[in-house]
Design a protein around this ligand. Structure first.
Ligand code: HEM
Length: 494
């Protein structure tokens, strides 16, 4: 009896058995007969995306990718059709190249596939068009106009820290992970919608919006691998219209902010205003861009702020040198009560510390996937055929000793002080990504990080309450750190 006859006779062959045979066949074909079969990597990754999903759930893809590239070299197969590329050439050939992003990004159309943002647009040409429509809003010249309003948020944060400083009790530590999150969300609100969300002032995660965004981050990181399923289920326009999906919380936050903005007589020339002023810019696209800002522009900034403070506290020599630079500028009368961006820019040691924070702990910790275009792609003599996903992990590039020196695994801002060396390293400092997908929010992020770090280092002493304990963080795409409470003490300035 042939296999077909066995199957067609129905009950004689139970369907689970047939299914198991089919799955086994697919696994064997992917594992042994794929053009990337000879690339080493974890077993689960040789026939499925499950290894990647397992890492997202474990929360440390960056650690695994560093270990795998150390073990196997430049190429590691991490899914049935995906190879992680650790060689520095990946920066030019994948990140800078005008090639399509993997379908994983489509999940960032929030709440559903009708709302395609710059982030979720995978086609390079359409992406570039979308980028042009929002560029003016993200320009530094536009961001700077919001400086007095961002100063208000810095002042509100200082008021909260002053209260903690005045408290005698150790039961009231400063959880800077939370405060920096509140700060970054409020700044995104102020710059995008002319109104802060009010987290800093309230001192709490109003309505659980931040907690919700974190759950959403796990969901999108996983479901990006099953985009067809997402589109059929929680990414289905029907559900989002009924407000029944996890994304809708972020979506609702933005709807509320847009509505409030319409009624706000003090609305400025904020990002939305710049985006709406672009001719033929569909309103749905403007809205999608605003949602992406809230989703992409707060946790990332908070992660960098935390890295900056935490690693300086763990490396007091660098903290002392930074202090000296800031205190000297203060004594010369060059600094405002809330540092202005232009003032912070003139502090070279501060700039080195910020760069090192970007390098040492990139807020984006999972691989950035790109699709090999027509004609294939050769990297380091290895040919990849069209359609293969090649991805880059920023941590793997940033921790490469050939690029950043033998101490690339240590936090050392002073590697940036030599200008010539810094110029060479700059090309490989890809915390913003690179090429046409480079982070459009980088001006805003760098602006607020400069202002807040310099102001806080000048005005406060922080001390880790558990100096022998490392912080913890989870990486589901954006890294979110926690568990590093500090004592905070107001400094008296000269
Ligand atoms: C330290 C802070 C930040 C870091 C490290 C960062 C990093 C990144 C990276 C690496 C990407 C590119 C991912 C890829 O190639 O797929 C990206 C994209 C993006 N970021 Fe940021 N980001 C930060 C802050 C912000 C802020 C403040 C905003 C907006 C307010 C923002 C908005 C976006 C958007 C809209 C995209 C999608 C762009 C695209 O796909 O073309 N980011 N970010």
């Amino acid at each position: 009896m042939t296999f077909y006859q066995m199957v067609s006779q129905g009950p004689a062959v139970p369907w689970p058995f047939v299914l198991a045979i089919v799955i086994l066949g697919v696994m064997i074909r992917r594992r042994y007969l794929s053009p990337i079969s000879n690339i080493p990597g974890p077993f689960l990754g040789s026939f499925s995306s499950f290894w990647k999903i397992q890492q997202i759930l474990n929360g440390h893809t960056e650690e695994q990718m560093l270990a795998l590239h150390r073990e196997h070299g430049d190429f590691v197969r991490i899914a049935d059709n995906e190879v992680s590329v650790g060689h520095p050439d990946a920066v030019k050939q994948l990140l800078h190249a005008k090639i399509a992003k993997g379908r994983w990004y489509e999940v960032f159309s929030i709440p559903d596939y009708r709302f395609v943002s710059q982030m979720s647009e995978t086609d390079p040409q359409r992406h570039i068009e979308k980028g042009k429509n929002v560029a003016a809003g993200y320009a530094l010249s536009n961001i700077i106009k919001s400086e007095p309003y961002v100063d208000d948020i810095v002042r509100a944060l200082k008021t909260q820290l002053d209260k903690l400083s005045a408290s005698e009790s150790d039961d009231q530590p400063a959880h800077l992970d939370r405060w920096f999150n509140y700060f970054a969300f409020d700044v995104v609100g102020e710059v995008t919608f002319s109104r802060s969300f009010g987290f800093v002032q309230a001192g709490i995660d109003i309505g659980g919006a931040i907690a919700n965004a974190r759950h959403l981050s796990v969901y999108v990181s996983i479901m990006g691998h099953f985009i067809w399923l997402h589109n059929l289920t929680l990414g289905n326009p029907l559900l989002s219209t009924l407000g029944l999906i996890p994304a809708s919380h972020l979506f609702d936050t933005c709807v509320a902010a847009v509505e409030a903005r319409k009624k706000n007589p003090d609305t400025r020339s904020d990002m939305m205003a710049r985006w709406l002023s672009v001719r033929d810019h569909p309103e749905r696209e403007v809205f999608a861009a605003a949602v992406t800002n809230v989703g992409a522009g707060a946790e990332t900034v908070s992660a960098s702020l935390q890295t900056f403070v935490y690693y300086l506290l763990r490396n007091p020599v660098y903290l002392e040198r930074l202090r000296k630079e800031i205190d000297a500028a203060q004594a010369r009368g060059e600094l405002s009560p809330v540092l202005q961006y232009s003032e912070a820019q003139k502090l070279p040691y501060l700039q080195a510390c910020i760069k090192e924070a970007y390098r040492y702990h990139s807020p984006i910790g999972t691989n950035l996937p790109r699709v090999v275009p027509k004609g294939g792609l050769t990297i380091q003599g290895r040919y990849f055929q069209e359609g293969t996903i090649l991805s880059v992990n920023i941590w793997v590039i940033h921790r490469n000793p050939q690029l950043f020196g033998p101490d690339s695994n240590s936090f050392n801002p002073e590697r940036w002080l030599d200008r010539e060396r810094a110029k060479e390293m700059d090309y490989f400092l890809v915390h913003w990504g690179a090429g046409y997908n480079q982070c459009p929010g980088r001006n805003l992020a760098h602006f607020e990080i400069n202002k807040l770090t310099a102001t806080l280092i000048r005005d406060y002493d922080f001390e880790l309450m558990e100096p022998n304990k490392e912080w913890s963080f989870r990486n589901t795409f954006i890294t979110t750190q926690c568990d590093w409470p500090c004592k905070v003490q107001r400094r008296s300035l000269a």
